[in-house]
Design a protein around this ligand. Structure first.
Ligand SMILES: Cc1ncc(COP(=O)(O)O)c(C=O)c1O
Length: 461
């Protein structure tokens, strides 16, 4: 783990600077705490935290977990000396202004200058808010999302008492446009969720085709770009993703998670609406907040009440250091993750031990060992996953439809889903570690035993 002594020194200087702003206050004595006990408890905390996978290390290449940038960690901790609440300007004047600036920079990345948006707890809450607005604008109409959309869309719809329908995907895990068209012809659809980077495989729904359908059938488009949104900035995308991100500014609402690819600590999602007039849907009378000014309080355009101003400080500082511009350092770091995914995909594709699915659209790779049946392949995937973890390489497993993989006709299709290996290569350092990751994966594959499959097994692993 990098201790970053230099950044800790910079942090202490920043705390002193912050203190200057409050120097005119009369001295007061804070209730003292027991320093020895504090040290003991902090040590105990550090010990407990050791029981984690090493998310910050390149050999953690499993789930969608990315360490915050040092500036985000430091700015967040600095804001903790104040602990502002961005619900109202009374609770977080500076951080509310920082949130408005940082969110405007994210919206500008999608070409939006006149919009409504704010930060929130994460992708789920951001999508809840977007679908809440969608439901208010199209009451009684259905929400559609692909079968590979994030599972929370269905649950959110049920919380909002909106009817939800799942649309099949094609063999690349993108919403099936023919199936969507047929469903739209039946009417009654208020909103289509376009997933701009699915959670399992990083697949990007074909937005230009969905936009063309909107011209014909007049529905709302919500882009769930919680995971994929920042890829708008990069240049090494293939044709489908490139054309989809090129037109993301034409949708009605966007969700993007700074706590996924935006280098932020957890608790930082963002929802954006193209039409700022949706703000009128949030109107409420609160007898106890909003005293201080006629200026916009973020709580007036947000479903959540209290929110950490520290998230805004961290995001603002990160975007000052690494602006959200094409060809900038932030974009280059994202490109490295995607290049790492392409490199791992090439290695698995070229190796007879593996069967690869479609190539990565963003920075997620899915692949499986070869076997005589889908059950056997699934069991082998689990064995490799465990053997790799024993060697310090942490991958993930995913259950995906069998048709995502080009199984030869000889392979027995005894399950509808295959358990395969999945790797999210979202750290820029991953590019330098692909060879090492590959070596460990190859050795784990050779070492893992082929488990015996009872004939007729349904393969529930
Ligand atoms: C596409 C997509 N949407 C929504 C979510 C939910 O986001 P969160 O976990 O921040 O609530 C995720 C999480 O992985 C996601 O990948």
């Amino acid at each position: 783990m990098h201790l970053e002594q230099k950044s800790l020194n910079a942090f202490l200087e920043a705390v002193k600077k912050l203190d200057i702003g409050f120097a005119a206050l009369p001295q007061f004595s804070a209730i003292p705490y027991d320093e020895t006990r504090l040290l003991e408890v902090l040590q105990a905390t550090a010990e407990r935290l050791q029981d984690n996978y090493p998310y910050f290390h390149p050999l953690y290449a499993g789930q969608m977990l990315k360490p915050p940038h040092p500036i985000a960690r430091l700015a967040y901790a600095l804001a903790m000396w104040i602990n502002p609440n961005n619900h109202a300007l009374d609770g977080g004047r500076a951080t509310s202004a920082m949130e408005k600036e940082a969110v405007a920079e994210i919206a500008a990345m999608f070409g939006w200058n006149n919009f409504l948006g704010h930060l929130c707890g994460g992708g789920t809450i951001a999508n809840l808010e977007a679908l809440w607005v969608a439901g208010q604008l199209h009451p009684g109409k259905k929400i559609l999302a692909s079968a590979q959309a994030h599972y929370t869309h269905q649950r959110i719809s049920s919380v909002l008492k909106l009817e939800f329908e799942s649309v099949p995907v094609d063999s690349q895990a993108r919403i099936d446009i023919d199936a969507l068209r047929k469903r739209l012809q039946r009417g009654d659809v208020g909103t289509v969720v376009a997933t701009m980077g699915t959670t399992a495989t990083g697949s990007v729904d074909p937005l230009p085709e969905i936009l063309a359908l909107r011209d014909k059938f007049a529905f709302r488009i919500h882009a769930d770009a919680a995971y994929g949104g920042y890829f708008t900035l990069i240049d090494n995308l293939a044709a489908n993703a490139k054309s989809a991100f090129a037109r993301i500014g034409e949708v009605d609402s966007i969700v993007i998670d700074p706590h996924k690819h935006g280098l932020q600590p957890y608790g930082c999602g963002c929802v954006l609406f193209h039409d700022p007039n949706v703000g009128s849907l949030y109107k409420h009378d609160s007898p106890y907040t909003y005293f201080s000014s006629a200026e916009l309080h973020l709580g007036e355009i947000s479903l959540e009440c209290s929110r950490p101003g520290a998230s805004a400080a961290a995001l603002w500082a990160t975007q000052k250091l690494l602006p959200l511009v094409k060809n900038g350092e932030f974009a280059q770091r994202l490109e490295r993750g995607r290049s790492a995914a392409l490199a791992l995909y090439e290695k698995t594709t070229a190796d007879d031990r593996f069967l690869t699915s479609f190539g990565p659209e963003l920075d997620i790779v899915v692949f499986a060992p070869r076997g005589a049946s889908v059950s056997e392949v699934s069991a082998k995937s689990r064995a490799i996953f465990a053997a790799a973890a024993e060697r310090g390489l942490h991958l993930a497993l995913a259950d995906l439809p069998v048709n995502f993989f080009p199984f030869p006709a000889t392979v027995q299709r005894d399950r509808e889903t295959i358990t395969c290996l999945r790797s999210v290569l979202m750290k820029p350092e991953h590019l330098d570690w692909v060879d090492r990751i590959w070596q460990i994966l190859a050795s784990a594959t050779d070492a893992s035993q082929t488990p015996k499959i009872a004939s007729g097994s349904t393969g529930q692993y």
